[in-house]
Design a protein around this ligand. Structure first.
Ligand SMILES: Cc1cc2nc3c(=O)[nH]c(=O)nc-3n(C[C@H](O)[C@H](O)[C@H](O)COP(=O)(O)OP(=O)(O)OC[C@H]3O[C@@H](n4cnc5c(N)ncnc54)[C@H](O)[C@@H]3O)c2cc1C
Length: 593
């Protein structure tokens, strides 16, 4: 008799823990499949330290195949789940499609940046929800300081040295706190940068920082931020974002090239697509983490609305603490559904919170005991080390190096502004040519135009842009700096032979779709079942993004189509067309903690 298959969608805190728990309980009696777009678990709470150049990006990742040897890893993103057929459809990293049938399904796809309908934000801001955004911010901030140092114009210098963070939840607070230290370190003791004073501004419509946490934590964080020089402005937000800066709700216009969006998160759009009962965008589950009426479907983490048995009538907040513990319960309850043990209800009381403020400072209240200063800093770092499922020695080593060596401020320029749009359903992946985007909102699609200014590239740098607008195959819109993709062009990238351009034919991402009959099993599928029995009209496999070969506005080359070439009047991108900054959102109710 074949083993039952358990498919887990998402390998974050909830999905990773579910897989690990099940792997221990099942001992080979069930096939555990983990579907995730990356081959690593990302320890999100340390992301601000990546953006500040303290931790190298791989430190905050944990290899899935390395730490879950008995779990089958399938690289890809689920774009559709057929609950009646019990099948998960996904798209792999090279555009190939696949299908996984399941006996039990766990939806643990997490959350993405929340957008607010504020003019210009989708175009000019960057979020902070994934590694690409953290790397983008690190590079962007470094570059702004370098450009500021090189200019003779005091106004330009001040604008480049001004960094605006919106949202004073734990993410925004940590980003601003670390950011100020990072930029200060770049100007201090530098003989050519005397007089430069990087300014970080932290905004929130709430009346205090960390509005969802204990007031004493707020006070500690507020004091540290202000002492450090961060301009903390509560009761203030952004009214409009433009190329030159941001207009605040109090009427002031702040000249800046950096707008980091940390105002909250919304659940991954995959949950919404199921057509099941939702609670504020999260998939409603019972205290056993099962979807009512679908006992074979479980959900946990940010994507699920889990009743908070400690606070009847409410749902557990979107925090790593809950997601991690829900994953364990989920694993046990799935085993119980096969007759192995008793199922249990999820119940967890918050054990306090830690907010790392950089240097040796933090605000923490472990088990309700309020700490500040060095003691909080030590507890915070100790907590993170204990909570990480791997890579602890490397993280500790980076902390040690940072304590004794100057911060290394160089920009590698590997993540570009257009590859980390604020509105994306896949913040864990940098956008690449030809890959379609899952679950983007209309606002974001419309906002693809004219991306520049805060967080983007200077408009005058159009020389670096790729192909001109209105070209099939996806090119930057006119007057767009840095080769931003044209409006509504999912695959809009600079043309071939350009840095960051469209992949040439026969390259994995730009694989042509020719000779692929519709419904043919997808070649080179890493795992999963062949995509046979696909209805006619299903996108052909092995195409970038699975778009049909025809009528692909911005996709990669299809069939015999020639690779996109830049129009004759467009110069290739210049060396200064570099990536810009990062993003994310947080608020307890909507995801911050
Ligand atoms: C910068 C930052 C700092 C934070 N700090 C803290 C903190 O200090 N303490 C705290 O408690 N919480 C913190 N949080 C919140 C915490 O990280 C989240 O609540 C937690 O990650 C939720 O876990 P999850 O498993 O639901 O989702 P995630 O950890 O986000 O994991 C979701 C996984 O699903 C994958 N996925 C998404 N869509 C699909 C798809 N369609 N198909 C397949 N896979 C998919 C993603 O790639 C990801 O691997 C922080 C968040 C951020 C962004």
């Amino acid at each position: 008799m074949s083993r039952p298959r358990i498919v887990i969608v998402g390998a974050g805190f909830a999905g990773y823990r579910t897989a690990r728990t099940l792997s221990r309980l099942a001992r080979g009696r069930a096939e555990i499949v983990l579907l995730n777009p990356t081959d690593y678990f990302l320890y999100l709470p340390l992301l601000p330290q990546v953006a500040a150049g303290i931790l190298e990006p791989r430190r905050v990742t944990v290899s899935l195949s390395g730490t879950l040897p008995h779990v089958r890893l399938v690289l890809g993103e689920s774009d559709r789940i057929d609950l009646d057929a019990r099948q998960v459809h996904y798209t792999g990293p090279e555009g190939e499609g696949g299908t996984l049938s399941y006996d039990r399904l766990v939806l643990a796809a997490g959350s993405v940046n929340k957008l607010l309908p504020i003019p210009g934000v989708a175009e000019h801001a960057h979020g902070f929800r994934g590694l690409p955004e953290a790397l983008y911010l690190r590079d962007h901030v470094t570059r702004q300081v370098e450009l500021a140092a090189a200019t003779d114009d005091p106004k330009t210098c001040a604008s480049r040295c001004t960094f605006v963070v919106v949202g004073a939840g734990y993410t925004g607070t940590e980003v601003a706190a670390h950011g100020q230290l990072f930029t200060d370190a770049q100007v201090s003791r530098h003989p050519m940068r005397t007089g430069m004073r990087p300014r970080w501004i932290l905004l929130d419509i709430a009346d205090r920082v960390l509005p969802e946490l204990d007031e004493r934590l707020s006070r500690t964080a507020d004091t540290v931020l202000r002492e450090r020089g961060v301009d903390v402005r509560m009761g203030t937000s952004v009214k409009e974002a433009t190329h030159d800066g941001v207009l605040l709700t109090d009427g002031e216009f702040v000249d800046t090239k950096t707008l980091v969006w940390c105002v909250g998160v919304r659940p991954d759009p995959l949950a919404e697509s199921l057509g099941l009962p939702m609670e504020r965008g999260r998939l409603l589950v019972d205290p056993h983490l099962q979807v009512p009426g679908r006992p074979e479907v479980f959900a946990c983490g940010d994507a699920a609305a889990v009743p908070d048995l400690e606070k009847p009538g409410s749902y557990t907040p979107m925090t790593a603490q809950h997601a991690w513990r829900q994953g364990k319960v989920c694993g046990h309850n799935i085993a119980a559904s096969f007759g192995d043990g008793e199922r249990r209800a999820y119940r967890h009381k918050d054990m306090g919170f830690v907010v790392d403020l950089g240097g040796v400072k933090a605000a923490a209240n472990p088990l309700g005991v309020n700490l500040s200063g060095v003691a909080a800093g030590a507890v915070t770092r100790g907590y993170h080390l204990a909570a990480m499922p791997g890579n602890r020695v490397r993280v500790a080593a980076d902390w040690l190096l940072d304590a004794v060596l100057p911060r290394q401020a160089v920009q590698l320029g590997l993540v570009r502004s257009w590859s980390v749009p604020l509105d994306t359903a896949s913040p864990e992946l940098a956008r690449v040519p030809g890959r379609p985007e899952r679950g983007r909102t209309e606002a974001s699609a419309a906002g693809e135009s004219a991306k520049s200014g805060p967080g983007g590239e200077p408009a005058t740098k159009q020389a670096g842009g790729g192909p001109a607008g209105n070209q099939p195959g996806g090119e930057p819109a006119r007057n767009q700096p840095g080769g931003e993709p044209a409006r509504n062009q999912p695959g809009g990238e600079p043309a071939g032979n350009q840095p960051g351009g469209e992949p040439a034919k026969n390259q994995p991402v730009g694989e042509p779709a020719k000779n692929q009959p519709v419904g043919e099993p997808a070649k080179n599928q890493p795992v999963g079942e062949p995509a046979k029995n696909q209805p006619v009209g299903e996108p052909a496999k092995n195409q970038p993004g699975g778009e049909p070969a025809e009528s692909r506005p911005g996709g990669g080359p299809a069939g015999d189509e020639p690779a996109v070439t830049p129009p004759p009047d467009q110069p290739p991108p210049g060396p200064d067309v570099a990536p810009g900054p990062v993003r994310r959102t947080d608020r307890f109710t909507e995801g911050d903690s």
